[in-house]
Every structure is written in structure tokens, then in C-alpha cells.
Write a protein that binds this ligand. Structure first.
Ligand code: 9G3
Length: 569
């Protein structure tokens, strides 16, 4: 491709809305442009990256027994009503109505659609195992789309669905996908880690997420350097505190005036007690019920764990006005003492607290000398908090580490959740009808573009991993009016193309400094500069890897072989 013809609208300044580096660089590098919140056009460079990632995925899915299909984006409401999920996702599901008044959703995922296809087309064990996948736009109306391609409302997903005759078959499909995912992310040049994760509403209870490790990742993982334990922090189990016989005698309950102390830290400081001696009370909206959760002042509530002991479709922090109307106090003064008519769940650590501090459910008042069981009761004590760094590894007891991650893939064992609901069955050797065992496996293809940038950039711009770079080489003639330089550049350009190398020729009438800056921003793995040395006895070009500061002189005649070697090493 020639830069003088290419639509690559680079920007000097960073658009204010772009908060994270990948969003900034994909905008500045002329890769994407926003059309609406969470919706993007992939300009030519991004489309090339997308295609390379998709092709790596296709190769690995096909070699893992997958067959590619393409299903409609518009999904009949009837299928979601049959599976019971039509109303389970609220505003996150984008619904449309056709001219006949029929309702559809824009597919956020395709379990219902694929199960409907298979129940109509598969009826014998001879057709199993069956692994069908697609690479297709998905729609999820995120409340807060942000971070560019990282969290869009329209995004590209590869979703594969496996159908097996029994649990053993499902385990094989799951393992095949797990290994294929590891090959995919390795080939994309990403540092990633599979972690145990929460299967959420999906059921089937078994799932792994593939996390690309990056500071801007929205997910937090815990992992152990001493064993292979790694999990999404949402499901990491915390150790139950041992019952230490507290020598401290119980003090009487005492209400104190705590003006202007709105946070746990302010209360602790104001009353001269450690934060670990304060009880934090949070109210959640669990479907249409308000519940209270107690954790120690230095811990965070893990709402996934709460949802497990208080099953509900949706759980989120309760609206503070609503809580104030029920309790008669604002968020900074809430506590379990005297709380009536609301289910209260306590984290294990709270049960052991003695003479602690909590809100008095009266603005600007707190209690001292609060003792669980004497001063308040709970519906139960459970593991309800987020694990923290340096706590014991659930598997081997060594100190656990935490990291931020970008979830780029997830593999689920669905079991019969959808095949039962939609009656997708097959006849076995004895003519007996069996329910199909299903698995589903997603990769956020567009999100993987952002993840790759989050892991591969420097102060000058993107550093594309070679397998997914939009072009592998950019050729930069220093002086396009100099015949010797341009002839050599053109010759090199065609020779590289002959070898199947993706090459960009920066033939713009621009100063070489501008060309170098754009080359670094866009992130081509190799830059070959054709300048004055092309006229030496042995014509030389300057060969520079984006990952290295220094360039080296290379004989023009060896340049192509060097690029080919780079691509194959
Ligand atoms: C919805 C909406 C959002 C959703 C879902 C349904 C997430 C939904 C879970 C999955 C599970 C797997 C196949 C590929 C891999 C992930 N968000 N999920 O089911 F209606 Cl609005 O999508 N599906």
C-alpha cells in the first residue's frame, strides 16, 4: 500500500474522551473513529489487524474441529422466551420490532439461536461431537461504554458452541477449546493467563476466563507464584478467620456524636480506632429486595459472592436516597444495630469483631462497643469479601498476588441449560433419546485489538506484535524526488510484496522526521529507510525494528531475506 493513497487520519492531539492508552493510540494512529457511544468504524489499519486476528482464530478453531457458520444478528424474541431469558437482561438487551410488530433482539450472544438450529438439524449420536462457530457483531447496551474497543455496545465476538453426547464428551470439547485459546493468544503475541471464573447466570458451574495482563484491565485476578492457582478475584475464596479467644471484655454499647465523619476512614480517625475495628454496612438492591451486607472496615464486599448466598437475577448497590428513606440515615451513618425488616448478611471477619464501631442509623451518630450477636443479629455469616494481596493461596497457602487483566476470552460448560429448555435431543445407539451436553466459548475479537495495544506500546506509539500488525514493514524513502532512492524503494516494495510480506511505502512528500513519527505511532514492526547510502558501492538501507532503539545498515540485496527471516523466526 502507498501512504499517499491510504486513509490513515493520524492525530497529533489526544481526544479528551480517550482515558486509556489503547483508546488514545487507536484514535491518534488513525485506526478507529467513533460513530456513537460504544460504536466504532474500523478504518483500514484496524480492519487489517482485525482480519489477522480473525484468521488466527479461524485456523485454530478449524483445527480444533470447529465448523464456521454465520447466524443472523436479529434474533426472534420467541427463542428467548422459550429459554426464559427474554426479560433477564433488562436494558442491556437491544430490542427491535419489525413491520409486522414482531419482536427481535440484536444478538448479545447466540445460545438460543444455535440450540434452535441444532434441535432442528441434529438427531443422531453419529452427528456428534459437533462444534459450530461464527465471528459476528454482538450488541450489549452497556450503561457506560468506554475505553474505545475495550467496552463497546457493538463489538465483534467469535462464539463457538459445542454439542456432545455426554459429560465426557463435553469435557473433551472444553479441553480442546482451552488449548486452542492458549495457542490463539500465544500466536497473537499476547501475555495472557487462563483463570478460574464465575459462571454467573449461565449455570453449568465451570468456566475459565483468558486474561491479557495489563494495568488498565477492568478485571482483577489473583494468582500464586508457588502453584498454578489463578482465579478471577470475584470467585477467589477467602480463608475463614480462626476463632481466637478474645480476652477483651465486652464494653457497653455507646452512641457518640460524629459530625462531618462521612467515611469509614474519617470515623476511625475521628474516634481514634483502627479501620479494622469498624463495621462497613452496604445496602444492595437484589432484584426488588433491599439487603444489607456487613464487612470489616478494611475489606470490600464481593457482590458475586453475595449473589451466591442470596440468589437473584440482578444485584447492585442500592440507591442512597432509597436507603435513606428506609433507614432514616445517609450512607455515612448506616449500621446493623436496630435495623429492622431487612435481611443482613455478615462476612466471616465481622463475626469475630469485639467492641467495634458502626453507624447508628442516625445522621452524624455512630455506636462504640458494638458486639455481634449481643447488639445485632444477621441471617448468616459467609465469605462475602474480595480477597486481598498477600492472603493465603486457597490451593497451597503461600502468599497470593493480584494483577489487572483484560478478559479477551471465556470458555463455559453449559451442560443442558439450553438443550433442556429448547428440547435439543439426540437418539443414541439404542434409539434412546438423550439431552445434548453443550459448551460455549467466546473471544472478544475487537477487544483483543485494544488488549494488544495495552500490552505493546511506548512513548512514541503502538508496537504491534508481528502476527497482527496492519503491515509488517514500512519503507521510508528519505527524498521522494531523488530517483536513486525512489527506484530502490519501489524495487524493495515490489520484491517484499512478491514474498507475501505486507508492506507500506511511505511515498508522501513529507520530511523524513514526520514519516518516522508516523511509523512509530502506527507501530509497524520493521522500518526500512532508503536514503543517501543507497548510492554507495554496496547500496545500503537502514533496517530498524520497532522494538529496538537502534537501527542497522543492511545491504539492499539482503533486506528482503532479513524481513522474511524476521517473520518466520
Ligand atoms: C444477554 C445480554 C448480555 C449478556 C448475555 C445475554 C453475557 C449473556 C453470557 C454469555 C456467555 C457466553 C457465548 C460466547 C461466550 C460467552 N452478557 N452473557 O448470555 F441477553 Cl444483553 O454471553 N456466550
Amino acid at each position: 500500500m502507498r501512504m499517499s493513497k491510504a486513509l490513515i487520519p493520524t492525530l497529533r492531539d489526544v481526544p479528551a474522551e480517550a482515558e486509556i492508552i489503547s483508546h488514545q493510540l487507536l484514535l491518534r494512529g488513525g485506526f478507529i473513529r467513533k460513530t456513537a457511544a460504544g460504536m466504532y468504524t474500523y478504518l483500514p489499519l484496524a480492519k487489517r489487524v482485525l482480519t489477522k486476528i480473525e484468521n488466527i482464530i479461524r485456523e485454530e478453531m478449524d483445527s480444533a474441529g470447529g465448523q464456521e457458520i454465520l447466524m443472523p444478528i436479529t434474533q426472534p424474541a420467541e427463542l428467548w422466551q422459550e429459554s426464559g431469558r427474554w426479560n433477564a437482561y433488562g436494558e442491556e438487551m437491544i430490542r427491535v420490532t419489525d413491520r409486522h410488530g414482531r419482536q427481535f433482539c440484536l444478538g448479545p450472544t447466540h445460545e438460543e439461536m444455535i440450540t434452535d438450529l441444532v434441535r432442528n438439524e441434529v438427531n443422531s449420536y453419529r452427528q456428534l461431537p459437533l462444534r459450530l462457530y461464527q465471528i459476528q457483531n454482538k450488541y450489549r447496551d452497556e450503561r457506560r461504554p468506554r475505553f474505545g474497543l475495550m467496552r463497546g455496545r457493538e463489538f465483534i465476538m467469535k462464539d463457538l458452541y459445542s454439542f456432545d453426547r455426554d459429560q465426557a464428551g463435553l469435557d473433551e470439547s472444553y479441553q480442546a477449546m482451552y488449548e486452542a485459546y492458549s495457542r490463539i493468544f500465544t500466536r497473537c503475541g499476547l501475555k495472557f493467563r487462563p483463570v478460574e471464573a464465575d459462571s454467573g447466570a449461565i449455570g453449568g458451574g465451570y468456566t475459565h476466563e483468558f486474561m491479557v495482563l495489563a494495568e488498565n484491565g477492568e478485571a482483577t485476578i489473583v494468582y500464586c507464584d508457588h502453584c498454578d492457582y489463578a482465579a478471577n478475584i470475584e470467585i477467589a475464596p477467602c480463608a475463614r478467620p480462626v476463632i481466637e479467644n478474645n480476652s477483651e471484655p465486652m464494653k457497653p454499647l455507646e452512641k457518640v456524636h460524629t459530625p462531618e465523619m462521612k467515611t469509614i476512614e474519617a470515623v476511625a480517625q475521628g474516634l481514634g480506632v483502627p479501620v479494622t475495628n469498624c463495621i462497613k454496612t452496604l445496602f444492595f438492591q437484589a432484584d426488588d429486595e433491599i439487603i444489607a451486607v456487613l464487612v470489616r472496615g478494611d475489606h470490600e464486599v464481593n457482590d458475586i459472592k453475595v449473589q451466591k448466598i442470596h440468589p437473584c437475577d440482578a444485584i447492585e448497590i442500592a440507591d442512597s436516597e432509597k436507603v435513606a428513606s428506609i433507614v432514616g440515615a445517609s450512607v455515612g451513618s448506616l449500621g446493623p444495630v436496630g435495623l429492622k425488616g431487612i435481611k443482613i448478611y455478615g462476612d466471616w471477619a465481622v463475626e469475630k469483631m469485639v467492641n467495634s464501631v458502626c453507624g447508628a442509623n442516625e445522621n452524624d451518630y455512630h455506636y462504640l462497643g458494638v458486639n455481634p450477636n449481643r447488639d445485632f443479629q444477621v441471617n448468616g455469616y459467609y465469605d462475602l469479601r474480595l480477597m486481598k494481596e498477600n492472603e493465603p493461596c486457597p490451593k497451597c497457602g503461600q502468599m497470593i498476588k493480584t494483577a489487572r487483566g483484560i478478559e479477551v476470552g471465556q470458555v463455559f460448560k453449559l451442560g443442558t441449560k439450553y438443550s433442556e429448555a429448547l428440547k435439543a435431543t439426540f437418539l443414541d445407539e439404542n434409539g434412546k433419546e438423550n439431552i445434548l451436553q453443550m459448551g460455549c466459548y467466546g473471544i472478544g475479537v475487537s477487544r483483543t485489538i485494544s488488549a494488544a495495544v495495552e500490552q505493546n506500546f511506548d512513548e512514541n506509539g503502538i508496537i504491534w506484535p508481528k502476527a497482527i500488525a496492519p503491515y509488517t514493514v514500512v519503507i521510508v524513502p528519505v527524498q521522494i524526488k531523488d530517483e536513486a532512492q525512489m527506484n530502490a524503494a519501489e524495487k524493495l516494495y515490489h520484491e517484499l510484496q512478491q514474498k507475501g510480506i505486507d508492506v507500506m511505502l511511505d511515498d508522501r512528500n513529507e520530511r523524513v522526521g514526520v514519516k518516522f513519527k508516523d511509523a512509530d505511532l502506527i507501530g509497524y514492526p520493521i522500518r526500512i529507510t532508503v536514503g543517501k547510502k543507497i548510492t554507495e558501492a554496496t547500496p545500503l538501507v537502514e533496517y530498524k525494528l520497532r522494538t529496538e532503539a537502534e537501527s542497522q545498515d543492511v545491504a539492499l540485496t539482503e533486506a528482503v531475506a532479513k524481513v522474511v527471516a524476521f517473520m518466520t523466526e
